[in-house]
Design a protein around this ligand. Structure first.
Ligand SMILES: Cc1ncc(COP(=O)(O)O)c(C=O)c1O
Length: 417
């Protein structure tokens, strides 16, 4: 039997779901560059550059700003596994699927998890978090900034202050929000933040940028344990409990990413190139410009969807700018429409999870995919498809409203939403 296959030839797509989204071609180019040995001076220089770039992306002066290999949840696991010991209390405010993920990871660290929930499509009033922090006295509050499952973004400034006042650490999962909306690690007093490349940073999934401050560093250092076989002579083991995971042990990753360059894993070279290029491009554009581009796309997309007679999901005052939730109209098959968009237009939009499954679609305008042409193409394709499935909407209304909203922004005439 012949077990060879044709060369890969993925069909052309516009990825307009909640992620992954289309990778910036300049990032793909960076990934095609030759590998270097991980202790090649040029490569370690790249590692230092990556640290410097992501300090700017996260808006922090944290020394410990590095990459964890693996998709975004590798960053989550690295923080939680390195900070939490069994029995530690963790407070998780849940406003969507990824809050549940934080609980799940914390439970696997055998932490004592206290979850507080708010209805999907809403976010937390900081007072509720303060009450919960006072009542439960957690070691750590773990919260998502932007939860793609509900399209909501939790304001974090007040929560960061509350955690600091009550001497709790705060960890933020900014996978879906970083480089798409403001994130102020230091100004908001966030102790640890992690992300992924595959959303507003326009990279492929597979590596997780991460930053943490000296408060987290102290916890991690106390648990320091270096593999036998690579221990330096002056090695001193931490007095605390060993970090259960070798791969996600931040104390060893710190040695790997510092001047001591103590070997840990083999760095995912091409992913590091990708991460470096993602950050470089975001900073070259300017973070504020990038946030505004995402906000403009959101205003145009929401204006277009409304003009098509569709209802938007969730509290619009707290909607993430890079993903829009829209109710599937009565009688229209949600998955049928998504399949038709893929077959007829090569355009992917997202389904959704849990209580929202079958009720809303999620449309992403993120990173490289956050463009005027993508918004208009998506609305035009959706309109034609909806009419074919029997949903009445005025021809051209969506695109016209979106063009007007986008251009109003461009001439500085203000939001149309
Ligand atoms: C907010 C958030 N956190 C975590 C993840 C998990 O990321 P990954 O699938 O890259 O591990 C995602 C992915 O969609 C996300 O949106």
């Amino acid at each position: 039997m012949n077990n060879t296959f044709e060369p890969l030839s993925p069909p052309p797509r516009r990825l307009m779901g909640p992620g992954p989204v289309d990778v910036d071609p300049r990032v793909l180019q960076a990934m095609a560059l030759p590998l270097l040995g991980q202790f090649d001076p040029r490569f370690t220089e790249y590692m230092n550059e990556v640290m410097a770039l992501y300090r700017q992306v996260f808006r922090t002066s944290n020394r410990w700003t590095l990459l964890v290999d693996g998709t975004a949840r590798a960053g989550i696991e690295a923080v939680l596994a390195s900070v939490l010991v069994p029995g530690d209390r963790v407070l998780v405010p849940i406003f969507g699927r990824f809050g549940h993920l934080l609980c799940e990871v914390a439970r696997r660290c055998r932490a004592d998890v206290v979850a507080v929930e708010t209805e999907w499509g809403t976010v937390f009033d900081p007072q509720r978090i303060e009450d919960a922090v006072k009542r439960h006295r957690p070691k750590l509050v773990a919260v998502v900034q932007g939860d793609t499952s509900t399209t909501m973004a939790q304001p974090l400034d007040a929560i960061g202050r509350i955690c600091r006042e009550h001497d709790a650490l705060i960890y933020v999962d900014a996978t879906a929000s970083v480089a798409g909306m403001p994130l102020e690690t230091d100004a908001w007093r966030l102790d640890a933040v992690s992300a992924g490349l595959q959303k507003c940073l326009s990279g492929p999934p597979g590596i997780a940028p991460l930053t943490f401050n000296e408060r987290v560093e102290a916890v991690v250092r106390a648990r320091k344990h270096v593999e036998q076989g690579i221990r330096p002579e002056d090695y001193e083991e931490g007095a605390g409990r060993i970090i259960q995971s070798n791969y996600f042990d931040l104390s060893m990753l710190m040695d790997y990413w510092s001047e001591s360059r103590l070997n840990h894993h083999t760095e995912a070279t091409s992913m590091l190139y990708a991460a470096r290029e993602c950050a470089r491009l975001a900073l070259a554009e300017g973070l504020e410009n990038r946030f505004e581009r995402h906000a403009r796309a959101s205003r145009a997309m929401t204006a277009g969807l409304r003009a098509m007679g569709l209802a938007l999901f969730g509290d619009q005052a707290h909607k993430m700018p890079n993903v829009t939730g829209v109710y599937i109209p009565e009688g229209v098959p949600g998955d049928g429409v998504r399949q038709a968009l893929l077959d007829d237009f090569g355009l992917e939009i997202g389904t959704s999870f849990g209580p929202l499954h079958g009720r809303i679609w999620r449309i992403g305008t993120m990173g490289y995919g956050c463009r005027r042409d993508n918004v208009m193409t998506c609305l035009a394709a959706l309109e034609v498809t909806l009419r074919r499935f029997g949903h009445a909407c005025a021809p051209g209304a969506g695109v016209e409203a979106a063009l007007a909203a986008w251009d109003a922004e461009e001439s500085g005439a203000g939001a149309n939403d």
